[in-house]
Design a protein around this ligand. Structure first.
Ligand SMILES: [Zn+2]
Length: 59
């Protein structure tokens, strides 16, 4: 069970640093491996907007 379509997940990267993302299914978030920003997923759609992300405010 995935938050989003696996083929979509495979091409998604963090818009800040282009790093890979990890799904956090419990929190419905995609977590950046590089900067730690967390992007919300709503109804299977990842919201890849920097100003919608949580965390990473020091970068
Ligand atoms: Zn990042």
């Amino acid at each position: 069970m995935s938050l989003i379509d696996p083929s979509l997940a495979a091409i998604l990267v963090c818009p800040v640093d282009k790093a890979d993302l990890t799904e956090d299914e419990a929190a419905s978030r995609l977590v950046c491996q590089q900067c730690g920003r967390r992007y919300p997923v709503r109804d299977g759609i990842p919201i890849m907007l920097i100003d919608q992300a949580e965390g990473g405010s020091n970068e």
